[in-house]
Design a protein around this ligand. Structure first.
Ligand code: PLP
Length: 400
């Protein structure tokens, strides 16, 4: 009998750690490293939100709260869903956790039995398949192709649905590709889902406010009211409000599901930080105008990075609709040798050699389920992005 849980054997350690550990080692050794791996905005939490956090501390809002959120925050979340998404939820249909991550994990823990399947489009956020495995379910991965701008097609979804399918997990704009589904593209998927009443939908709307140009964000329960009673709409303040460290995420859906998720949280972490919750009330109720300014800033950086990467021999980079990631293909670099004599057989080889030779840290595609690619987070300064892209260009120019 081994000491560690057999469930852990189903899960792999995060592959992103390979690159981030190596980057940290090189930095510690004095190398000039540019990190394009971080999944968070490169600026501070807006001041009015910081002030709300400080006021919560000073006014003694520092005790346990209701397990899945204080009433003020649940009301602010209902108001947000109404305002931004035209969705009507009561506070009893809302749950708050320590980040979108905990909310997703609660949902899987509360619903999955052995053998239950969760359909996950790839490229996916690294945590999705492993969360499903930890909760005892089976991830069923369907691959979105570069040709389709990393969006899955309705036929792929239909083909993946079985009697055991419990959830379809949707994320737009996406981590790691930035791909955002238009109203028509999402409608084609929800039309399929309407035909299968046993399939529920989790939509991870974390990058809602990072939408560029003509792209208009939409979410399944808003677009297809027939799905409202079997959709969990997940969102959070981490990315839009630069609040990754405050650890507040939330979701709304059918009360029966929300209650079950609360039960999971009540026996694990209890309430998310009281201070974070009051700061999140201010984030959701306070001024929203800076969200559009931030989106403009990221859109400009997206263009900078996409243009620079497409100028690199062997790299093809789509121009995605949102988030702060791009996911270029390096198919044209595979089989080549670096100027230091290293053969590039996989995207992991590419990312490792790129880091060693140039000091640019990116995350290799295998971590997100589609290869050969890498993910760039462009949530960093223009100067660093320009320099990093120049180094990637030199690296690619040197491949033989
Ligand atoms: N969902 C997606 C797609 C993400 O990229 C992330 C964070 O990287 C999360 C959820 C988790 O966000 P939080 O920091 O609120 O847990």
């Amino acid at each position: 009998m081994t000491f560690l849980s057999a469930t852990l054997d189903r899960v792999k350690p995060s592959p992103t750690i390979v690159v981030t550990t190596k980057a940290a080692e090189l930095k510690a050794a004095g190398r000039d490293v540019i990190g394009l791996g971080a999944g968070e905005p490169d600026f501070d939490t807006p001041e009015h939100i910081q002030e709300a956090g400080k006021a919560a501390i000073e006014s003694g809002k520092t005790r346990y709260t209701a397990v899945d959120g204080v009433p003020e925050l649940k009301q602010a979340i209902c108001d947000k869903f109404k305002r931004d998404n035209g969705l009507n939820y009561e506070p009893s249909q809302v749950t708050v956790g320590a980040g979108g991550k905990q909310v997703l994990y609660n949902a899987f823990m509360a619903t999955l039995n052995a053998g239950d399947e969760v359909i996950i489009p790839a490229p996916y956020w690294v945590s999705y398949p492993d969360m499903v495995l930890l909760a005892g379910g089976e991830p069923v991965v369907i691959e979105a192709t570069l040709k389709n701008q990393f969006k899955i097609m309705p036929d792929q979804l239909r083909a993946a649905i079985t009697p055991k399918t419990k959830w379809f997990l949707f994320n737009s704009p996406s981590n790691p590709t930035g791909a955002g589904y238009s109203w028509e593209e999402l409608k084609a998927l929800t039309d399929v889902l309407v035909e299968f009443p046993h399939v529920w939908v989790i939509t991870d709307d974390m990058y809602e406010h990072l939408a560029f140009g003509d792209f208009k964000f939409c979410t399944p329960a808003q677009l297809e009211p027939k799905l409202y009673n079997r959709t969990l709409t997940v969102n959070g303040v981490s990315k839009a409000y630069a609040m990754t460290g405050w650890r507040i995420g939330y979701a709304a859906g059918p009360e029966m599901l929300i209650k079950a998720m609360r039960k999971v949280q009540s026996q694990s972490t209890s309430n998310p930080s009281s201070i974070g919750q009051y700061a999140a009330v201010e984030a959701l109720n306070g001024p929203q105008d800076f969200l559009a300014d931030n989106a403009k800033l990221f859109e400009r950086r997206r263009d900078l990075v996409v243009d620079a990467l497409n100028a690199c021999p062997g790299i093809t980079c789509p121009r995605p609709e949102g988030a702060f990631y791009v996911y270029p293909s390096i198919a044209g670099c595979i089989g080549k040798t670096t100027s230091n004599g290293v053969l590039i057989e996989t995207d992991k080889d590419f990312a490792t050699a790129l880091l060693e030779d140039t000091g640019v840290a990116v995350v290799f595609g295998a971590a997100f389920g589609v290869s050969p690619n890498f993910r760039v987070s462009y949530a960093t300064s223009d100067a660093d992005l320009t320099e990093a892209c120049a180094r990637i260009r030199t690296f690619c120019d040197g491949l033989k």
